[in-house]
Design a protein around this ligand. Sequence first.
Ligand SMILES: Nc1ncnc2c1ncn2[C@@H]1O[C@H](COP(=O)(O)OP(=O)(O)OP(=O)(O)O)[C@@H](O)[C@H]1O
Ligand SMILES: [Mg+2]
Length: 296
Amino acid sequence: MEASTFTGPCSVMVLRACACTGRAGDVNPKAILPMPTTIFTIANQKGGVGKTTTAVNLAAALADKKIHTLLIDLDPQANATSALGVEKQEGRSLYGPLRGEGGALDMVTPTSVEHLAIIPSEEDLAAVEIELAQGENYLARLRGVLEPLRVSGGYRAVIIDCPPSLGMLSMNSLAAADFLLIALQCEYMALEGLGQILRNVDRLKGAGVNPALELGGVVMTMFDVRTSLSRQVVEEVRKHLPEKIFNSVIPRTVRLSEAPSFGKTIFAYDPLSPGATAYRNLAKEVIARFGLGVGK
Ligand SMILES: Nc1ncnc2c1ncn2[C@@H]1O[C@H](COP(=O)(O)OP(=O)(O)OP(=O)(O)O)[C@@H](O)[C@H]1O
Ligand SMILES: [Mg+2]
């Protein structure tokens, strides 16, 4: 999948390099090729299931492994933005670029985490839900907006945090992503929620929107060791999607819910906590599953 996605920009870069040096033999393609970019979206129509907690801490764990990562906060609630201690600023979100004003690269903002940048959110982004629906080609807007990011080769992984609905913003993220990651809370009716989102994705693909989109994996969140329900839900999901469920299950811990109020990732807030260990393990699985290792 990556190879076909990136032949365009890569070959352009190689050609440019050849033009500079005169001879193809002078070119060390590894030194010149931009990093391929893999775009993940964390989407689920259900609210409060751990999408943002997973987006922020997975992004930080990847960055900790020296993987250049960009987190895109596509939720007007801006929870991922504040969880990283980044101030919301008017005109710094994807609101402008989605309306054809400014570029995504201009919105990239550094964070206190090395190798991790963010495109923050702002309340105005909520207006996009209505405005996009009135424009042409409205499902492909984000894809177009993110293209310069792909071509720049500056980020190995892009993680999009979505609002709790399958409205215009989430649908645009599904149309722009290579892989969907589902954060699924270990609770009653979890499987029904999973079925619902997978059916929506199939509908989107059936309509010819991003047919290459794949389910990248299911992250089980808020696992409560004290209840048999949590274990049963994980077993059920494993039975249905054995290849997709991640082995790292995220425990329900107070430390994970406290960290965002300090504007910190779990690694800055309590690096030895079970929540930190779980997200570190998840990142290892993601790196292996999608071949995100440094230099790849
Ligand atoms: N593993 C966990 N253990 C304990 N609390 C958690 C855990 N994961 C998330 N939370 C808390 O649960 C609440 C919802 O989590 P989060 O914001 O990540 O969900 P969300 O799916 O992004 O929500 P929304 O749909 O509103 O965007 C937050 O208060 C968060 O701190
Ligand atoms: Mg959220």
